[in-house]
Design a protein around this ligand. Sequence first.
Ligand code: BG6
Length: 480
Amino acid sequence: MRTFREDFLWGGATAANQFEGAWNLDGKGDSVSDHFTNGTVDRPKEVTVKLEDDKFYPSREAIDFYHRYKEDIALFAEMGFKCFRFSIAWTRIFPTGMESEPNEAGLKFYENVIDECRKHNIEPLITISHYELPYALVEKYNGWAGRELVDYYFNYCKTIFDRYKGKVKYWLTFNEINSGTMPMGSVLSLGTIKGYSGPINKVPDDPAVRFQALHHQFVASAKAVKYAHDNYPEYKIGDMNIFATMYPYTCNPDDIIEWQKDNRMKNWFCSDVQVRGEYPSYSERYFEENGITIKKEAGDDEILKEGTVDFYTFSYYMSNCVSTDPEVNATSGGNLIGGVKNPYLKASDWGWQIDPKGLRISLNEIYGRYQIPLMVVENGLGAKDVIEEDGSIHDSYRIDYLRQHIAEMKEAVKDGVDLMGYTPWGCIDLVSASTGEMTKRYGFIYVEKYDDGTGSLARRKKDSFDWYKKVISTNGEDLA
Ligand code: BG6
C-alpha cells in the first residue's frame, strides 16, 4: 500500500506581513497589510488610506520574526522540519514596487533567512506575493487593475530568482490567487481599493475590475514561471489556491447545478488557467452573464500557455454547502467564503467548519483533474490557547484537528494521489489574516503577544510541538 514519500516535505507555513514585524525598517515600504487595523470575529478589521495614530496596526510588530528568525528556525529544526514556507515582502525588495534597483537590505535579510534554513537542512518554499502588495501601487494604479503591475511584478520575480539561485528550489507565485474570484480578493490580494477606507468586508465590489486584475496576475505569474524555467531548470514553481471544498446541500438537481457553477468559478477557474494554460470554456458564460470583458494584450494567450506551473498547492481549512433554497440560505450562513453550513460538521470558534474527509475528497479531485504533484501548504485550527500555571499549553484540540487531517491525507495517498508535502499554517503563532487578532492561534510554538499589542514576544512550546516532532520523525506513521 502506498504511503507518504520518503522525501515528503513536512514543515510549516507563514507569511511576512503576519509575522515579521519591522514594517518600516531597513528601507521597507508599506504594503496593503500595513494599512490593516485589528478586528475580531464579530467586528471586521479595517483598511485605512492614511496610517492613523489612534488605530492599532498589528502587522507593525507582529511577532518580530525579523529580529528572531534564528531562534525560530532553530525551533522548527528541533521539530524536524524538512521545509519552511514563508513569503518575501515585496516592499522590502522594492519599497514602492516601482523602483528599478532593489533594496539590498531587504535582499540580504531573506538571504540570511534562507541560509539559516539551509544550515538546518530545511528546504525553503517561498511565496512571492502573500497579501502584501506595495501600497504605492494601490495609490497609483488601483492595484492589479493596472496592467503596469505585470512588469513590476516580473522585475521583482527576476530579481529574487537571480539572487537566490542555488539556494531555493520551490516557489509559489501568488498566495490564494483564487481569492480574486470573490469580493474579499479586492482587498487581500488584488489591491483594487484605491481611496477606500473602511471595514474590509464593505469594499465596493466590481467583478469586471476584479477579473481584469486577476488576468494581470495570471499573465504576471506565467511570465515569471517561463523566466524561471528558461533560466533555472532546477526551479519548481507552483500555484496556490484556497481550496474550499463544496458540497451540494441536497440531491435536488437545481442544487447540483448551482454547486457546479460555484465550485468551478471559486475552486477551479484559477488553477485551470495556471495548470492548463488557458481560460476554461465555462468562464465565457460566467463573464457574459456578469458583464465582464477581459482586455487581453497580444501575446497574453501564448504566455499563459508557456508559463504553466509545475505543481499545485493549496490551503485547506473548511468546507461548505451550496443551496438554491432561499430559506436555507437565509438561515444557515456558512464559512468565511460564504455558502451554507453543513449539518454533519462542527465548527471552530471562528465559525470555520471542520471537515478532515473533505481534504481527502479534495486531494482526489484535484489530482484527478491535473495529474501533477500536489502540496497542502496551509491547514490548521485557529484556537484560543491557555498557558497553565506551570507554563505548559495543552492544545489537544489542535492535535486532534491535525491528526485527523493527516490521516485523511494518508488515505488520499493510498487512493493514488501524488502528494509532495504538508506545511500546516502558522507553525508559530502569528497575526490572523481575516481578523488581525493574535488570539486566533495556530502554532506549535506559542508567542507571548496579545491582541492589544502587548506581550514579551517570548516563545513557548505547546503540547503539539512534541506531537508534530513525532509525526515527522515517523514520516506520518505515528499519529497517536
Ligand atoms: C489563508 C491565508 O487564507 O488562511 C493566511 O493564506 C491566513 O494568510 C490563513 O492567515 C488563516 O486565516 P486566518 O484568518 O485565521 O489567519
